[in-house]
Design a protein around this ligand. Structure first.
Ligand code: ATP
Ligand code: MG
Length: 356
């Protein structure tokens, strides 16, 4: 296939890890007879330095006219004092909004050979392999009315509203059931239907959408129980379907169970162009030293192949190359343990390419 990929490296370690992912994609394209065109764009603090804004119109146009966006990270101490609309992080919100991305996908998988490096109980974390799906554009983050207002008797009142429409729930449920079909075919929908009306509707619509997916198993769980089950027996979960706020919290909880932040990819999808990026930030403390772990970004490129281009075989090849490289003992500093071979960012990328 032919595909145009917008490459937005951004700031900090983004500038080091994104080229490693591009390197891997180029080899995959060559081996499997695809043509990927890579179009670079400025984003975040880097764009502020060059043209004065975190998300230049040119970058947005590049993203919109691509088939997918590969993003590194944005932000850093250099741009911290700027006013809200000029912050590098605004670029991410702008991209999500402008591309119409309403589903955030965050796989949390424990690579077995890294289990020993974890400080968590091995019998609990072993076998973790789940996908947290978070609704991104609705719920209490955007519901109206909201605000802070003075109370007549003194003091103030702060309030937000949790709102979901049938259509908003339907489309995120479809993403979850479709994703489950690529995996172990099990969806667990998270809500608080014993207390919240928005959750009552959520449960009803998800159950309704499920009728179109008789091959996928659906269960419902209250969010409080889910938080508990995640630390008690996380391997029971395959796809976790969450609203905006529950997904925000549970995706971080799930990520921490698996250890290094440098290993975990993410995808934001829903519209024509999906956005693929590591879950970690620009890591200014280690930027420019060739020590950042590129695996989260390389795994994000694999998600791009699977979710944006339906190239599941090619995505699996990248996954397997990552596993093989880890099995051979290659480790960046963040996941290093005794007896393993310490390598830099570029060397880790090279090793993964060799093991493709
Ligand atoms: P943001 O606000 O952009 O999410 P943050 O301050 O929350 O940023 P990160 O930039 O993700 O956090 O960094 C958190 C910690 O994890 C830092 O100590 C950083 O060095 C480390 N870290 C992040 N990404 C990587 C990576 N790819 N490889 C190794 N260490 C990483
Ligand atoms: Mg952060």
């Amino acid at each position: 296939m032919n595909a145009k990929i917008a490459v937005l490296a951004g700031d900090g370690v983004g500038r080091e890890i994104v080229p490693e992912a591009v390197k891997v994609l180029k080899v995959v394209a060559e081996r499997h007879g695809h043509t990927f065109e890579f179009i670079p764009g400025n984003v975040g603090g880097h764009a502020i330095d060059k043209v004065g804004v975190p998300l230049p119109a040119e970058t947005l146009a590049i993203a919109k006219h691509s088939d997918a966006v590969l993003l590194g990270a944005v932000g850093g101490p250099k741009w911290e004092g700027l006013e809200y609309s000029l912050r590098p992080e605004r670029a991410l919100l702008g991209l999500r909004e402008q591309l119409g991305l309403y589903a955030n996908l965050r796989p949390a998988k424990l690579y077995p050979m890294l289990a020993d490096a974890s400080t968590l109980r091995r019998d609990v974390i072993e076998g973790i392999d789940m996908l947290v799906i978070r609704e991104l554009t609705g719920g209490i983050y955007f519901g109206k009315p909201k605000g802070i207002e003075p109370l007549p008797g003194g003091g103030e009142r702060g309030f937000n509203t949790e709102v979901y429409t049938t259509e908003e729930i339907r489309r995120i449920a479809v993403v979850a059931f479709d994703a489950a079909r690529k995996r172990r075919k099990k969806v667990t929908s998270v809500d608080k239907a014993n207390v919240l009306e928005s959750s009552e509707l959520w449960r009803r619509v998800v159950t309704d959408v499920h009728r179109g997916y008789p091959d996928v198993a659906l269960s419902h769980i209250y969010v409080d129980n889910c938080a508990m089950q995640l630390v008690r027996n996380p391997r029971q979960f395959d796809v976790l379907l969450c609203n905006n706020i529950f997904g925000d919290i549970l995706s971080d909880e799930a990520a921490m169970l698996t250890g290094s932040i440098g290993m975990l990819p993410s995808a934001s999808v829903g519209a024509k162009v999906g956005l693929f990026e590591p879950i970690h930030g620009s890591a200014p403390d280690i930027a420019g030293k060739n020590i950042a772990n590129p695996i989260a970004t390389i795994a994000s490129a694999a998600m791009m192949l699977s979710y944006a281009f339906q190239l599941d075989k090619e995505a699996a090849a990248i996954e397997q190359a990552i596993v093989k490289t880890l099995e051979l003992g290659f480790r960046t500093k963040d996941i290093h343990a005794e007896g393993m071979q310490l390598v830099g960012t570029v060397e880790m990328g090279d090793a993964i390419v060799r093991n493709l």
